[in-house]
Structures are given as C-alpha cells and as structure tokens.
Design a protein around this ligand. Structure first.
Ligand SMILES: NC(=O)c1ccc[n+]([C@@H]2O[C@H](COP(=O)([O-])OP(=O)(O)OC[C@H]3O[C@@H](n4cnc5c(N)ncnc54)[C@H](OP(=O)(O)O)[C@@H]3O)[C@@H](O)[C@H]2O)c1
Length: 212
C-alpha cells in the first residue's frame, strides 16, 4: 500500500507494551489499526529469538501494511568482563540473537505478509553513535542494524520499505537507566514515536531516524 493520508493501515507492532512501544501505539493508533505483539503480552505472542514464533505470529496477523519493532534486548557489561567466547557463550549472545538477529528475522519474515509498498521499521539507539561504559554490545548491535537496514532497503521487492529509528535515552527510562546516561539529553517517548510515524506513514526507505 502506498502511504496516503487517508488510508487506515494494519500495523503489526512488536513490543507494543513497552516504554517505547506504548508511545508508538498511542501515536499510530489514533489513525490506524494496531495489532500488538510481545513475548508475554499483546494480541499475538512471539519471541524475537525464536524465528518460528515470528513466522507463526505474522501468519496469524494476516495481510499487513506495516511491521514495527520496538523490542530487542542487549546485555550491558564492562569490556574488562567480556572474554573471547563462541556465539553461544559470549556476553554478546543476547544482543546478537535477540535485538540484532531477532529484528533482522522479523524483517525477513515480514516480506511475505506486507502489502505492496508496505513498510518495516526497526529500533536501534543512540549508543550506535555515542558509546557509554558497559555498552559495547548495544553499540555493536545498533550499528549492525543500521547497516542491515541500509542494505536491505535497496533489495526489498514490491516497493517494500525499511527504516530504523534510533532514539536517545527516553525520559521515561531515566529512573531505570539514567545513571548510565549522565550528560545525555533524554527525549520523551512521544517524540521518538513521531519518527515511527514518519517511517510508516511517509515514503522514505533506508533511513536512520535519529531522535537525539
Ligand atoms: N528505553 C529507552 O530509553 C531506549 C532508548 C533507545 C533505544 N531503546 C530500544 O528500544 C527497544 C525497546 O525499549 P523499551 O525501553 O521500550 O523496552 P521495554 O519497556 O522493556 O519493553 C520491551 C517490550 O518488548 C517486548 N519484548 C521483550 N523481549 C521480547 C522478545 N524476546 N520477543 C518479543 N518481544 C519482546 C516486551 O514484551 P512483553 O511486555 O510482552 O514482555 C515489551 O513489550 C529496545 O531495543 C531498546 O534497546 C530504548
């Protein structure tokens, strides 16, 4: 579906019950039908780290105009505590299998469920640009997601689009994570949600929307 101001889209939102996801649902939900998905909540249940659950939930969702992901976990650990290890045992395993490959697999699986011109919107974060202590996994995964989105955008068929939203620390998350982000300018989740609206309701592809 080509974006048009009057079209009511069917949007599949993974992580809809989270801090960021609730703001995205509030922004897009006034104009579109949101199918909520999460690991323990939502209309449809899935686990980003299990591709079979992604395929099953998308199949249940039916034809979609947009797939948005505001989920994805990484582990925070000081570099001094991280040692060489295989993919299964590494301190990086969670970020690689969950936030990175989970979102990549969601995008790959979404292709066959999206209408022509439909969109995929993934989530990275400011640590792609601005490192913090204990954040090497997040920085690596966020940069990898940016590379994937730029490359996938030029190969997607049928006018399908893919973009990435990279927010700063959210105001709502400061009580939990503020100590890691001293000196960063926090953004309200509602402001970050506008970037998801630009991705879903606009026409751009291969973009990284930085909300800093
Ligand atoms: N919060 C921030 O300040 C901030 C800033 C920049 C980037 N980000 C990124 O934005 C994303 C969301 O952050 P958030 O703070 O909104 O997280 P959050 O509040 O913890 O919410 C996470 C959401 O994702 C779902 N979820 C968690 N693990 C999942 C899995 N394995 N499979 C499917 N769904 C899963 C949860 O579902 P259930 O509720 O059903 O369990 C929940 O709805 C993360 O990737 C984070 O790195 C966050």
């Amino acid at each position: 579906m080509s974006a048009s101001p009057s079209v009511r889209m069917r949007i599949f939102l993974v992580g809809a019950n989270g801090t960021l996801g609730r703001a995205v649902a509030a922004e897009l939900g006034t104009r579109h039908h949101i199918l909520t998905a999460g690991r323990n909540s939502g209309d449809l249940r899935l686990d980003l780290s299990d591709p079979a659950t992604l395929r099953a939930a998308l199949a249940k969702a039916g034809r979609l105009d947009a797939v948005v992901c505001t989920a994805g976990e990484v582990a925070f650990a000081p570099l001094s505590a991280i040692h060489p290890a295989g993919i299964g045992e590494s301190a990086y395993t969670l970020g690689l299998t969950n936030k990175l490959l989970g979102q990549v697999n969601l995008a790959l699986a979404a292709r066959e469920h999206l209408a022509d011109g439909g969109s995929i919107t993934l989530t990275s974060g400011i640590l792609a640009d601005q490192p913090i202590a204990a954040g090497s996994s997040a920085s690596m995964v966020n940069c990898a997601l940016e590379g994937f989105v730029r490359a996938a955008a030029i190969e997607l068929p049928r006018g399908l689009r893919i973009n990435l939203v990279s927010p700063s620390i959210l105001v709502e998350s400061l009580p939990q994570f503020g100590a890691f982000f001293r000196g960063f300018e926090a953004v309200p989740a509602a402001r970050a949600a506008l970037a998801y609206s630009r991705s879903v309701e606009g026409l751009q592809t291969g973009q990284v929307y930085r909300v800093y």
